[in-house]
Design a protein around this ligand. Structure first.
Ligand code: SF4
Ligand code: SF4
Length: 98
């Protein structure tokens, strides 16, 4: 069964070391952001291999960062997000603290 769900688009990700990343885009079906405080990408998977299916771009399936202005009821309400490095961390770059 396939579900069609309206999700914020992951419009870009610079973390090439992640298995879901091909050409600066995330090709997971959906990602999860955050651990409640820190807006890290919980879906990151470090692997030298990369996903073969690049026919779709990822959406934000869930976000646990309630301290972000875009978060409502544990979901992201931004139209799109970008992911990349902040120091050594792999973060949602669209995070905006309340
Ligand atoms: S958004 Fe997360 S899961 Fe997707 S490619 Fe980037 S680090 Fe990997
Ligand atoms: S913009 Fe805010 S609410 Fe949306 S995924 Fe990033 S941290 Fe979560």
């Amino acid at each position: 069964m396939r579900l069609t769900i309206d999700m914020p688009l992951v419009a870009g990700c610079t973390i090439y070391a992640c298995a879901y990343n091909v050409d600066d885009a995330c090709h997971a079906r959906a990602i999860t952001i955050g651990d409640g405080v820190h807006p890290g990408c919980d879906t990151f998977l470090g692997d030298v291999r990369h996903t073969r299916d690049t026919s779709h771009s990822a959406g934000v399936g869930a976000c646990k960062v309630t301290g972000c202005t875009h978060n409502d009821d544990y979901e992201c309400t931004a139209p799109e997000i970008k992911v990349g490095h902040v120091g050594r961390d792999i973060n949602c770059l669209t995070f905006s603290p309340r």
